[in-house]
Write a new protein. Sequence first.
Length: 458
Amino acid sequence: MDIKSVYFIGAGGIGMSALLRYFLSKGKKVAGYDRVSSGLTEKLNEEGAEIHYEDNVSLIPVYCRNAEETLVVYTPAVPESHTELLWFMEHGFTIMKRASVLGEITRSARGICVAGTHGKTTTSSMIAHLLKQSHVDCNAFLGGILKGYDSNLMLSATSDLTVIEADEFDRSFHRLTPYMAVITSADPDHLDIYGTKEAYRESFEKFTSLIRPSGTLIMRKGVDMAPRLNPGVKCYTYSAEDGGDFHAENIRIGNGNIFFDFAGPGIHIPDVQLGVPVKVNIENGVAAMASGWLNGVTPEELKAGMASFAGPCRRFDFRIKRDDKVLIDDYAHHPVELSSSILSVKALYPGRKLTGIFQPHLYSRTRDFVDDFAAALSLLDELILLDIYPAREEPIPGVSSEIILDKVTIADKVLCRKEQLVDCLANRETDIVLMLGAGDIDRLVEPVQYLFENQNKM
């Protein structure tokens, strides 16, 4: 197939947008649909794409109407009843899921594929940064916009190493053939797709079977799964403080900084500084440094890269960092992620009041993990709980944010509609504020930041 144009259904998704940018870089005409306009889709339009926001076949550009020259890429979050998707199906277009396209693009490359319920965006971004700023170089398809690069796509003219965030949703990561795989976690999630916790873990075990013979697996120590490895695949474990082949030693946290020593087979690097100083990033950093080291990055380059890593947007994103006020925006949306995020902030700012603003993501996830969500959010000093963000789902009877709130054990807790959040905060005394969630809570960050930056001026 001689592809001259690519049409994306769900163009504004973070994974889709990296592919969109890739095809733009190859000189293809690119267009697509997304449900809502966002800062990302506006940026993509500026870069040369043509994205619209109404499911309307008449809005598909003329250059995307030739079935022999147009590839159609869609995200599994798009319903099969989507009018434009149905039109392409009826007219004989080549239609592929995002994961299949990514698999085809990277099949001839040496893929460093990072999978996990949580930690994969930060870890893959760290690996990409460590390789990119070293003599090794890399390509990367990331699940977040990386600060310092202002993109989720990196391209190299010299390296075939390609860092890929391997998404377990809809078993997408089974389309990949890693040269190296990193597994950060396998805590059950997406039970609306997998059905059982056992099926979820089995999908990670299948993922390890896709690592190329004589490849490498780097897996966090204690992950509850049994890898199925091809002949010659080397397996390394890592952790922050629990040992393993690669691990941290001599961890020092204080004054808003984190330092540690990196240790592994044939390597010891003292006084590594975390560019994004939150405790959970020690573990992510150990995994990233292990990957970099095994791919030829020098100790000096590893140390410099960790210190200069600015992080992906919405992963422990410090929006205000003053003595009297701290505002952090974080994508955490699974109970384990919430606990890690909250405990990391408490370690960084011991003894200070921590207010969490959380928007649950998906009715099914809320239903399946309500007790775990309540336990994690009970680690806060104060909770402001927003309504559930439905994403692709229809409401489930009896499932709302209130079922979480009822089980949260702290006294200072309140439900709040997102339209009322700024007013709610304006009448509260806050110190450290942590905004959490994977829905559209990110659209509330700037109004909250504006409120805090101007409170003393009123």
